[in-house]
Design a protein around this ligand. Structure first.
Ligand SMILES: Nc1ncnc2c1ncn2[C@@H]1O[C@H](COP(=O)(O)OP(=O)(O)OP(=O)(O)O)[C@@H](O)[C@H]1O
Ligand SMILES: [Mg+2]
Length: 392
């Protein structure tokens, strides 16, 4: 067989020669017939993989359906509000399979404010959609209040979405012809428990909760972006959901309005609401109690300190984190003092409220000591007097 020294036969070429009895390299050049054969082989391989995925997911689906029937409503006493087990989602796009989620495990408890961060395409929206029952997984389980929702049919899933889950998206998705109050009432149409009057009252209460009761009769075009998002938040709470899903909720807002929305979400969270958020906005993580990081369809361990045994490296990361929070806290205090120039006294509790919970709950020292240090280092004419900061 003639072969130039720098043109080595690859295993696939050997396979070609074995199967066809022809040479893959002829007079130092790769034969055209071989190239054609190789392309054909690639196509066949892709087709085979696709079929494997389809049949694998069919087998899985069958298995899961059976399990769902068996643990129909394991519900009642569940340990975690949401449990996600070995979740996979593969999208079939033409001849290619996109593995958007590749084995996610996580738990969410009542009162959690979870922020999922990660680069574009890492699978955040896919994960949210599965948790929110907007789509079903290729493999794995999702338990909501102890009930396996991963394989429910469309009608059942729609029922769960209506009754147990609230959604807030980047672009508010309000109905343009309806007033704020009518928009909030939309999810209540399906609830048979309330009279028309009861529904109006509930919608008004929710608008009051987000500070918009005076705008109840305005349509979305008569409201600002931040106000529209507040209406969307009120609507998400209409059916008293057990979890509210937030996908890029500050994505379309300027940073000041974004912070206002986050402050509102924090208040609701303090009153017991559970949030699962996805965001590119780093500010969101400061309001969350758990930050999860995603990459290539998987969760990385970073930020999951609460649920894992802490290693030395994680401990030092956490400690570094609290030092960073101390700096962030100082800059927030400065900001607040700047915004309140001219006042002679400020309640400590007011300053504390201005600082995101994610920061204030994770400080390396007492808030008062940090404030004292800031006064001292910057030679400010101010002193702490019990619950007050006195400014001279
Ligand atoms: N309906 C779909 N069909 C095919 N592929 C999809 C579909 N939805 C998402 N994908 C692919 O799955 C992967 C994860 O997408 P996903 O939207 O979950 O990412 P993301 O982390 O939310 O990204 P971003 O930050 O840009 O919103 C991407 O590679 C995306 O192209
Ligand atoms: Mg997304």
């Amino acid at each position: 067989m003639s072969e130039t020294p720098n043109m080595k036969r690859t295993p696939i070429m050997e396979q070609y020669e074995e199967e066809t009895g022809k040479l893959a390299i002829w007079k130092g050049e790769i034969s055209k017939q071989f190239k054609k054969w190789e392309q054909q082989k690639e196509k066949e391989e892709i087709k085979k993989q696709k079929l494997e995925i389809i049949s694998e997911s069919r087998v899985e689906k069958k298995k899961m359906k059976k399990e769902v029937k068996e643990d129909k409503i394991v519900g009642k006493d569940y340990e975690h509000l949401i449990v996600v087990e070995n979740l996979h989602k593969t999208y079939l796009l033409g001849t290619t399979a996109v593995a958007a989620l590749r084995g996610i495990d996580l738990t969410i408890d009542k009162g959690d404010f979870i922020d999922i961060m990660g680069p574009s395409g890492s699978g955040k929206t896919t994960l949210l959609n599965l948790i929110g029952g907007l789509d079903t997984p290729t493999r794995g389980k999702i338990f909501l209040e102890g009930r396996n929702i991963s394989m429910l049919n469309d009608n059942k899933l729609a029922e769960i979405r209506r009754e147990r889950i609230g959604f807030v998206f980047q672009f508010y998705n309000l109905l343009p012809q309806m007033t704020a109050m009518e928009n909030v009432m939309v999810p209540l149409h399906f609830s048979g428990d309330l009279s028309r009057r009861g529904k109006r009252k509930r919608a008004m209460d929710l608008l009051r909760l987000v500070g918009l009761d005076e705008r109840a009769h305005h349509t979305p075009s008569e409201l600002s972006g931040g106000e529209q998002q507040r209406v969307a938040i009120a609507r998400a709470f209409a059916n008293d959901p057990s979890v509210v899903i937030l996908d890029e909720v500050t994505g379309d807002l300027d940073s000041k309005t974004g912070i206002m929305i986050l402050n509102l979400l924090r208040d609701l969270n303090k009153r017991g609401a559970t949030f699962v958020a996805v965001s590119h906005d780093a500010a969101v993580s400061e309001f969350a109690n758990k930050v999860l990081h995603m990459r290539d369809g998987k969760l990385t361990t970073e930020g999951e300190i609460g649920g894992l045994k802490e290693t030395k490296i994680m401990e030092s990361t956490r400690k570094r984190g609290t030092e960073i929070n101390k700096e962030k806290c100082k800059s927030k205090i400065f900001q607040y003092l700047f915004l309140n120039q001219g006042k002679t006294e400020i309640k400590m509790s007011e300053i504390k409220l201005y600082i995101p919970t994610g920061i204030i709950n994770n400080l390396p020292e007492h808030f008062e000591d940090i404030l004292q240090e800031l006064i001292y280092d910057n030679n400010l004419s101010a002193k702490i007097d019990g619950e007050l900061l006195i400014l001279q």
